[in-house]
Design a protein around this ligand. Sequence first.
Ligand code: ME8
Length: 484
Amino acid sequence: MSKSIEKFYITTPIYYVNAEPHIGHAYTTIVADVLARFYRQEIGSENVFFLTGTDEHGAKVAEMAAKLGKSPQEFTDQISGSFKEAWKNLDISHDYFIRTTDAKHKKIVIDILNKLKDKGVLYEADYQGLYCVGCEKFILESELVEGKCPDHNREPQKLKEKNWFFSLQQFLPKIKQAIELGELLVYPASRKNEVLGLIDKQSLPDFSISRSRKSVPWGIDLPWDKEQKTYVWVDALSNYITALDYPEGEKFKKFWPADAQFLGLEILKFHAVYWPAILLALDLPLPKLYIHGFFTIDGQKMSKTLGNVISPNALAEKYGAEVSKYLILSQFSFGAESDIKIENFAEKYNADLVNGLGNLLNRVTNMVEKYLDGKIDLQFVDKKLAQEEIRQLRFREALLTIWQVIQNSNTLIDQEKPWLLAKDEKNKGKLEELLKELVFDLYNIATGLKPFMPEKSAQIIAILTADKIKKPTEPIFPRLDLSD
Ligand code: ME8
């Protein structure tokens, strides 16, 4: 990513509404939020577009709604609302929240389907296969474990039907070339190699873009064949351009191709093969894909039955939006597969925020107030702390860089003991220099933290740039009782 960036378009996957939001969804959304806030600072809010939303069609959603005795629309309204609520509680700064049940989205999907048909990349054929409703995809006999889909522990349905197919084969050499040339960025390299491997193994058959309305009643009708519903992945992937009012919208002209499409590794094939194929068929430029790992909770996959699903709302309620984001992002590096130990969150909060940053702010402002009457003669310069790390999506490392400065400042105070210097008038110059250095570093800590903790950052900057520096009356990070 070079300095000459003029616009920045960021997306998250649109999340299925068959379950309430959990911290897996929150992770991707938080990463996108930090990057969006970072680029708004760099190139202005009007040049950044951050999209998230919900994926609301398909057999899985219809099935869940029926189980609860609700209509699919009623059910999707409810869960989509829960996602909006969660992102509000986490102070997510998306510019637009798309729902695949939006009239505008559906209209543009129909336009896209008609275009694909006109381009001659769709054909009709019989399809027979095993379909897992949990995955919303056909699966192979060889993928089953004891006759069941291993991810969903359920038997697939045997489906035989006439479907419309997308002729993927013809696009594979172009996709391969685009990946190799970097026109389609797949990051990190391990995922790029995985996609290239899939293409080389020739394990990517043409995929169907429709389902019989009998098997999938909840979806967008194919415009030329009302017996067929649009395959949920074609509907869902299109969101990244329907949200920009493809094809004529000003937003589309300004923002496409996406500069950062975030996703988890389980949906790599859809984003790094199917999606580019659709874009190539529409003669559109290709995006940059950033793939992160999955995390487990206390060593186990998040699941309702295990009862280890963590709600973003519960976290936000306990720690507030900004601290929740810090605790999640500081757990592991972007791209890695990892484990989160929730019981460590409270300790980490007390260590890093209460004793680390909060204590530093209290100590420094207290000393400036006491020894210099709150006055400090200082030119603030933004050293752009941790910016390079953020640009490279190394969010955890960015936080570590900032926390290193916090630790160094706290150590400096312990070593230099300003309270001893203050006892002797002849040390006044030295004391003043030391406090200047500490205030300067704190200012840079706060500016570096802006994309992660905009409110706390603004609070700290306001304290440091006031006419008279005063120790905050309330700690900005109140101590948490660990027995809670
Ligand atoms: O796949 N660790 O939706 P989805 C990290 N609707 N990230 C996680 C996670 C975990 N344990 N669990 C979920 C879909 N995620 C489709 C997408 S896009 C056109 C359609 C995050 O609700 C991660 O980003 O299953 C993953 O890719 C996404 O949630 C899957 O969300």
